[in-house]
Design a protein around this ligand. Structure first.
Ligand code: PBG
Ligand code: ZN
Length: 324
């Protein structure tokens, strides 16, 4: 056919045609809303570093769960924020039944039983030195850390978590968590590790919000260096072999190539994490222009899905879901 008879604009002419040929739908069902939870009867404190996101406890947490479910978002991802007084070198709060995160899980379960509750699991929120694991001679001890994570996973599962999301990128964590959960009669609880988690400066606002910034970072010893896609794919494969039910790629926007490759080679559902640094940048760029923020958010999330993510973890989930 000659150049004049091939006209791609024919399928762009009406919104009905554009909808018919749309390849990448964005639906509320794909979204996961992160929330920061603390101990207490009622707390709702804006997190200065993550615009629009609050630290929640008690009645306010229940209200937020209600709002999230009403917006059509089916899942939440929980992060515990502890007072310094509760932190120690052994991360002992992480394995205490009834800790702040367990309490929060109960609240959400109670308020909206149909919400899928995903519990993030890393020791940086529980250690007084704020590293992501148990230290031995100043270094993160992989196996000692994994042992604590396995115990903590059972505590979270017993509190009602549907999915545990180990985020510290330790070796053998998925296998150990699977074994511990099964032994505790929790074989129905799924594992969603942060497998392709790159060492990134874009977690900055999150680290500030969760008060888990260590004095001297050891992240390069467990998170993946940003240039290494083969290593990221290998870690995904290892975690899947160990029993991961789903895997997270993060930060999503700087890992679209990883998502694109993983989509065709990884046999489990993929989640992309639209991280705090990008959320903060977008919020700053848009200021008070809500419509612009929605438009840009939709574009960003669509591109994360186009690259290969089935699910998207985003601080915008609750805001954008009713507009999809
Ligand atoms: C670890 C964890 C982090 C994030 C999610 N889980 C921080 C880190 O690993 O340093 C970052 C999320 C974000 O930046 O939005 N608990
Ligand atoms: Zn951590």
């Amino acid at each position: 056919m000659s150049g004049e008879s091939i006209r791609l604009r024919r399928l762009r002419r009406t919104s009905a045609l554009r909808a018919m040929v749309n390849e990448t739908a964005l639906r509320p069902a794909d979204l996961i809303m992160p929330i920061f939870v603390a101990a207490g009867a009622d707390r709702c404190e804006p997190l200065a570093s993550i615009p629009g996101v609050n630290l929640l406890a008690g009645a306010s947490l229940a209200r937020e769960a209600e709002a999230i479910a009403r917006a059509g978002v089916p899942a939440v991802l929980l992060f515990g924020v502890l007072d310094d007084a509760g932190k120690d070198a052994a991360a002992s709060q992480a394995v205490r039944p009834g800790n702040a995160v367990c309490e929060a899980i109960g609240r959400i379960r109670n308020q909206r039983p149909e919400l899928t509750v995903i519990a993030d699991l890393c020791l940086c929120e529980y250690t007084d030195h704020r590293h992501c694991g148990i230290l031995r001679e100043g270094r993160i001890d992989n196996d000692a850390t994994v042992a604590v994570l396995a115990e903590a996973a059972v505590v979270l599962a017993r509190a009602g978590a549907d999915i545990i999301a180990p985020s510290g990128v330790m070796d053998g964590a998925v296998a150990a968590l699977r074994r511990a959960l099964d032994a505790a009669g929790m074989s129905h609880v799924a594992l969603m590790p942060y497998s392709a988690k790159f060492a990134s400066g874009f977690y900055g606002p999150f680290k500030a919000a969760s008060q888990s910034t260590p004095q001297e970072s050891h992240h390069a010893t467990h998170q993946i260096q940003v240039g290494n896609i083969r290593e990221a794919l290998r870690k995904i494969a290892v975690d899947v072999a160990e029993g991961a039910d789903m895997v997270i790629v993060k930060p999503a926007l700087t890992s679209l190539d990883v998502l694109a490759l993983a989509r065709d080679t990884v046999p489990v559902p993929l989640a992309g994490y639209d991280v705090s640094g990008f959320h903060a940048m977008l919020a700053r760029h848009c200021g008070t222009d809500e419509a612009l923020r929605r438009e840009l958010t939709r574009e960003v999330l669509t591109c994360i899905r186009r690259a290969g993510a089935k699910m998207i973890i985003t601080y915008s989930a609750k805001d954008i879901a009713p507009h999809l």
